[in-house]
Design a protein around this ligand. Sequence first.
Ligand SMILES: N[C@@H](CCC(=O)N[C@@H](CS)C(=O)NCC(=O)O)C(=O)O
Length: 308
Amino acid sequence: MSELILHHYPMSPFAEKVRLMLGYKQLPWRSVLIPPVMPKPDVVALTGGYRKTPILQIGADVYCDTALIARVLEARQPNPTLFPAHAPLAVPLAQWADSSLFAAAVSWAMQPAGVAAILGEQPPEVLKAFAADRAAMRAHAPRPTLADATVQLKQHLSGIAAQLQQGGPWLFGTAPSIADFSVGHCLWFIRLARPVAHLLDDYPPIGPWLDRLCAIGHHRSAAMSSTEALAVAAGATAHAPVAVASGLGFEAGQAVTVAATDYGVDPVAGTLVGLSEHESVLRRSDPRAGTLHVHFPRFGFQLRADRA
Ligand SMILES: N[C@@H](CCC(=O)N[C@@H](CS)C(=O)NCC(=O)O)C(=O)O
């Protein structure tokens, strides 16, 4: 079976979500470290334009977005499950955490004292380049101000703490679900911002829960270079994708583009080869990576027929 290749960087919260899910499922993985800012030529060679972190590569299949990556890991190793039957609200809660909670957590963590702890001591031009990259990624849409983020985050933290007091030790009972990993990566990022992490102390059930989540660890990984990852893709054949389901408005073989709808909205163009309620799959080629299938979730992405 082809190896799981995670393209990521250490301080990425969404990458931490996946590293912990790999740990929970005890899946060994290969680790490709990628740049935290553009340009990312080797990432774009695989995705066709999607630039967010992380991506998961399995041979010539490339999976974008952690909501979809979670489903891929679940299919690879169903036990322990990320989607317990008794917790039907785990998926919507995870979506809320990956959007609203994440935005508030980032604004809180990236206040000046937090930035220094997260990015380390950096020359001013590096910090400026990082800020410019993120502003361009958001197409200059405003982030919550610190004042807005503070009230929003406090309300979110109160809700999380109250939910943990319902019984726990996890958000939906006796075992972690996708919701714990999505809430967890946001609060892990606040912890990285050490000088401002004290906010979490005001919500006593959160600390021990986050300790438990982080103690799951990342299981076993071995480094791989991005050049090697491209060679793996070029030497592999992409999996037969899900069929293009009828009644969803598209046909197999159509030229399409897929783009995120929040930030990092660079479109990916290709031929539609798979479509379900959960994912769309585009076939595209790259001179270095060969023929690839790039997979996107349906939530948070716009699929359009390419009329050009
Ligand atoms: N919805 C995406 C969000 C991913 C995301 O926002 N990742 C951040 C890093 S944690 C990012 O891409 N930052 C810009 C970059 O790495 O280039 C997912 O679930 O994977």
